[in-house]
Ligand binder design. Structure first.
Ligand code: SF4
Ligand code: SF4
Length: 263
């Protein structure tokens, strides 16, 4: 692949090749870490708040802001840049990223971008992933000789883990408000936000409200989510799908008990 000038909207696959290298001695080092929009995923927030030893509420309040997505009215959490002239990322230093091993998925992907679209097939609606490249004038990495495929880049940047853990949530991003219908209300937005990003509040909601009296969650899952934040996050995704009425991802206890009695 030749040097690219900007965001390329052409769709690429896992075997597509490109040349790129990012390293400390390159002239543009850290130039990409200012004045950027970085959408954080739920797993990004988990990794970062644990890295910084903060509660989810502290992390969200100190390092993020909320942007309401125009098409879905979902609240999205964005990384807040510094209020300086350069608008640097709060984690960039002259030596590089100081949360590097826990950096967000979007930083890992760069200069590759990933998208998903829905297509109609004989089997029904299917989701297909594609890739694109982002080439900004300040980024000199494309002038370097190191060759990659998108697949080898993904392995090197460890994005598989992020994609696997965020997959269900990313699927939710394809939901759009119906034309002519009102956007989702404040209550649903608050539920979406809590279950996506504020894991400590979601844990309190699960264990200290009537959640476990209302929903039929098996004992094994309950034990897992007491101490495992990733498992709890996955239950959060099921909860969002349920409240958005996208899928029957949770069953009401009352219905489950009635069903068991009938058997
Ligand atoms: S999190 Fe790290 S890699 Fe991402 S923009 Fe900030 S400093 Fe750069
Ligand atoms: S601008 Fe490009 S090459 Fe330079 S540090 Fe950022 S990603 Fe690396």
């Amino acid at each position: 692949m030749s040097k690219l000038d900007k965001v390329v909207h052409e769709k690429y696959g896992l075997n597509s090749k490109f040349k790129f290298r990012c390293h400390k001695d390159i002239k543009c080092f850290t130039k990409c870490c200012s004045n950027i929009d970085i959408l954080l995923t739920p797993y990004d927030v988990l990794r970062l708040k644990n890295r910084l030893k903060l509660s989810s509420a502290e992390f969200l309040s100190n390092y993020t802001y909320v942007k309401i997505d125009e098409k879905s009215s979902h609240p999205h959490v964005m990384l807040k840049m510094k209020e300086s002239a350069e608008m640097e990322c709060p984690f960039v230093t002259p030596e590089g990223c100081n949360v590097y091993t826990d950096r967000p998925a979007n930083c890992r992907y760069y200069p590759v971008g990933q998208g998903t679209f829905k297509k109609e097939t004989e089997k029904g609606t299917e989701e297909e992933e594609f890739y694109f490249f982002v080439s900004e004038p300040h980024c000199l990495g494309f002038d370097e000789a190191k060759e990659w495929t998108i697949e080898s880049w993904r392995v090197d940047q460890e994005v598989d883990l992020y994609d696997r853990l965020n997959r269900e949530w990313k699927g939710l991003q394809l939901r759009k408000d119906l034309p002519g219908h009102p956007p989702i209300n404040d209550k649903k937005q608050a539920q979406f936000y809590m279950a996506s990003y504020d894991i400590d509040s979601f844990r309190n909601f699960v264990f200290e409200s009537k959640f476990l009296d209302v929903f039929d969650i098996d004992e094994e899952t309950i034990e897992k989510i007491r101490n495992d934040e990733v498992e709890l996050m996955q239950v959060g995704f099921r909860y969002i799908k349920y409240v958005m009425m996208l899928e029957q991802t949770l069953n009401l206890k009352y219905d489950a008990e009635k069903f068991r009695k009938k058997k």
